[in-house]
Design a protein around this ligand. Structure first.
Ligand code: MLT
Length: 429
């Protein structure tokens, strides 16, 4: 008999099963709670509520562990590539040489986008945030590939949609940036690797040759690996929820991009640099802002510190911190904003106020710094987060569909007005 939880309510005794995962995580299965007791549970933000079982990503917030399909993030960041990790997340195992060559070849041959995408781009003003452009362009793929509208059409159709998403995401991202800059777009160059192709589409100009720095391309590839999945975070839960209605994979991913945009989620890396730039503009006194962060009467809060799930440190942050130090050194980057970041980082790692509250630098703090050092414009940081998270979103959407999960439809506890009769307007007080 599996473990159960027993409780009494309304003078009756009840018993619900406990489920246990492969990493010994346990949950009360409440599927029959309402039928047996009339009760539901409530948990705003779902801090104590699991939405699904999943075999894709495991994280341990206390121990700072993050694994994709059982492989530690540290090893993947050091030894793998983003496209190999994308294959691992989506198909469950590391690819053989022939599987990898087929996967990357298909992606390479689908990087080009329909010329009509330019007409959609022309409709956006130059001040359009690239995340809004990106989510629109991804959703527009339902128009260019109407066969994708039925997510249950066939495995071959889903595989083609997956390839198109991964292949075209860098093109859309770079074109969103070019639209903002008022520069002509660059077409994909299929002789380049995934990250070099993106950097070339981003920064090449008709008036000067752009040479991709291999240090920058490698650092970007590692950053994409580190952002590839993170269990049931806000944007991934959004992708699964939208997909549970049997909306297309493009519509589901577009919804995920919009959820990621928020400054409390993927937008945090942009907010980190904006915070650092504001501190610099105010004289660059990091200690002044550290004191403001400690003052409970001061609305200022440090962006890029602490994490909802990791209680001691974010394993991705440790890897990115090393990569940031490495890249800044190799590129010889000197930037007063980054100097301020170093002061804040030192304080957060040594000042008891921050240490006691686990306000350590997180993945967004260091990714904002390294993206800036790589020459990525600030409002493109979250776009890069989306590029990295794409294979995770795809893997989670695919798992939800293949598991035949029902449409997501949470319940509520009603707290509004009770039964009232309609009063004609001329009789209202
Ligand atoms: C993420 O990687 O999605 C962020 O750390 C947010 C989260 O996991 O809640």
């Amino acid at each position: 008999m599996s473990e159960t939880v027993k409780f009494s309510y309304g003078g009756k005794d009840f018993e619900l099963p406990i489920i246990e995962g492969t990493e010994n995580e346990k949950a009360i299965d409440i599927a029959k709670l309402r039928a047996q007791t009339g009760l539901i549970t409530i948990d705003p933000g779902f801090k104590n509520t699991g939405s699904t079982t999943s075999s894709i990503t495991f994280l341990d917030g206390e121990l700072g562990v993050l694994r994709y399909r059982g492989y530690n993030i540290e090893e993947l960041a050091e030894k793998s590539t983003f496209l190999e990790v994308a294959y691992l997340l989506i198909y469950g195992n590391l690819p053989t040489q022939s599987q990898y060559e087929k996967f990357t070849r298909e992606i390479t041959t689908h990087t080009l986008v329909h010329e009509d995408i330019k007409k959609i781009l022309e409709g956006f003003p130059s001040n359009a945030h690239p995340m809004g452009v990106l989510s629109s362009l991804i959703c527009s793929q339902t128009a260019f590939y109407p066969d994708s509208l039925n997510p249950n059409r066939s495995e071959d159709q889903l595989t083609l949609s997956i390839v198109r998403l991964i292949a075209k995401m860098p093109t859309f991202a770079a074109w969103a940036y070019k639209n903002k800059m008022g520069h002509p777009v660059n077409y994909p160059d299929n002789s380049l690797d995934y990250c070099s192709n993106f950097l070339n589409m981003m920064f090449a100009l008709p008036v000067e040759k752009y040479e991709v720095d291999p240090i920058v391309a490698k650092a970007l590839d590692s950053l994409l690996i580190l952002h590839a999945d993170h269990e049931q975070n806000c944007s991934t839960s959004t992708v699964r929820l939208v997909g549970s209605s049997q909306a297309s994979v493009y519509a589901s991913i577009s919804a995920g991009i919009n959820a990621l945009w928020g400054p409390l989620h993927g937008g945090a890396n942009q907010s980190v640099i904006e915070m650092l730039e504001a501190i610099k503009a105010d004289g660059g006194d990091a200690k002044k802002y550290l004191d403001k962060a400690k003052d409970k009467n001061d609305p200022f809060r440090l962006m890029g510190f602490g994490h909802r799930v990791y209680k001691n440190f974010d394993p991705r942050a440790k890897i990115i911190k090393k990569a940031a130090d490495d890249v800044l050194g190799k590129l010889g980057v000197s930037d007063p904003v980054l100097d301020i970041a170093k002061e804040l980082e030192y304080a957060a790692l040594n000042d008891q106020y921050f240490v006691e509250r686990n306000l350590y630098p997180n993945v967004d703090f260091y990714s904002g710094i390294i993206y800036r050092a790589l020459g990525i414009p600030t409002d493109m940081f979250t776009v890069l987060f989306a590029m990295g998270r794409l294979p995770g979103w795809i893997a989670q959407w695919k798992e939800m569909r293949h598991n035949g999960e029902p449409i997501g439809r949470p319940r509520q506890i009603y707290t509004g007005a009770v039964d009232r009769n309609y009063i004609p307007m001329n009789k209202r007080g």
